[in-house]
Ligand binder design. Structure first.
Ligand SMILES: CCCCCCCC/C=C\C=C\CC(=O)SCCNC(=O)CCNC(=O)[C@H](O)C(C)(C)COP(=O)(O)OP(=O)(O)OC[C@H]1O[C@@H](n2cnc3c(N)ncnc32)[C@H](O)[C@@H]1OP(=O)(O)O
Length: 280
């Protein structure tokens, strides 16, 4: 009988092990040769981030930190979407407590990924709007497949993203480019993202993207992991401290905004448009 905790299954031949079975919407697979863990989001059809996916992401990040992996690659099980961001259905017509939970768990995933000392990279094998871009920019390196879109489109939706949500984005782009993109709610094509520095490399397939992410993580092979991790965290410390100061207030602000009749109306219209798009 397979026990759900701490299972180490031989997944594909002998070169990688599927580590986690306790979670359902994410999987963790560790490459035996490189020691690098691949964390795959698998919530069809678009990896929209509901509370369960956010909790599973946190559990998988902890598992990877605890199993002595050499690094973490975040990717998606789907062919054309990395993650569609927060699950708007979960935020629509719901109570304030649920909205508080959604936002708290988004914060928790972000801080787990942004604040890990492990080397991290995102193999962006599809669109990455809003919360999808948030996860990708919490990582240290990004490799993206061609002809997809990535960006923080909150301004387009009439929403002001808080500073912590923008901080991965503002870390990697020149200030002027970041300000313009955020005020426009701009979605970058893969090529535009590469030219701006939002993604580091372009790969023609998911496999190639994962390989390039692994090569980035492998570039630290000869660096002392403690020195590397602490150096990374020194770079991120200011953003993390700022976030810790406002995290409670940020949850309250989000719940008040997202439950307001105006924003609920925008969500309803947005969801209608998304549904109708599928019928065209
Ligand atoms: C809109 C107002 C939101 C107000 C929020 C209040 C305050 C929040 C503050 C800040 C929060 C920011 C973080 C966020 O992440 S907000 C989420 C923003 N996300 C998006 O705008 C992405 C929307 N989706 C898309 O653009 C596309 O779906 C795309 C990801 C590009 C994939 O395109 P495609 O492959 O063509 O797939 P479809 O559009 O046909 O979608 C397939 C089905 O998936 C459903 N879907 C898509 N996105 C979401 C989502 N974010 N949440 C829930 N469901 C989603 C879509 O309706 C289709 O469903 P069905 O097949 O049943 O029709």
């Amino acid at each position: 009988m397979l026990h759900s905790n701490l299972l180490r299954l031989v997944a594909r031949g002998s070169s990688s092990r599927l580590m986690s079975t306790a979670t359902k919407l994410t999987t963790v697979e560790v490459n035996d040769e490189t020691g690098i863990a691949t964390l795959t989001m698998n919530r069809p059809p678009v990896n929209s981030q509901n509370v369960q996916l956010l909790l599973d992401l946190q559990a998988s990040i902890s598992e990877i930190e605890n199993n002595k992996s050499r690094g973490l690659i975040l990717t998606s099980a789907h062919s054309n979407v990395f993650s569609a961001g927060l699950d708007i259905f979960e935020m629509y017509n719901t109570d304030v407590e649920r909205l508080r939970t959604v936002w708290t768990e988004l914060q928790n995933v972000w801080i787990a990924l942004y604040g890990t000392s492990l080397p991290t990279a995102a193999a962006i094998n599809g669109h990455a709007p809003a919360g999808g871009c948030l996860l990708a920019t919490a990582c240290e390196y990004r490799v993206m497949r061609p002809n997809f879109l990535i960006g923080l489109n909150e301004a387009q939706l009439g929403i002001i993203a808080p500073k912590w949500l923008m901080s991965g984005f503002t870390n990697v782009l020149p200030k002027r480019v970041a300000e313009r993109a955020l005020t426009q709610g701009r979605m970058f094509t893969t090529q535009e993202a590469f030219e701006a520095g939002l993604v580091d490399e372009i790969a023609s397939s998911k496999e190639e993207a994962v390989e390039k992410c692994a090569a980035f993580i492998g570039s630290f092979a000869k660096v002392n992991p403690l020195a590397r991790g602490l150096t990374k965290l020194q770079f991120r410390a200011d953003n993390i401290k700022e976030f810790e100061k406002i995290r409670e207030k940020d949850v309250a602000d989000f719940a008040a905004l997202a439950s307001s009749p105006e924003v609920q109306k925008v969500m309803g219209t947005y969801l209608e448009n998304l549904k109708n798009k599928g019928k065209k």
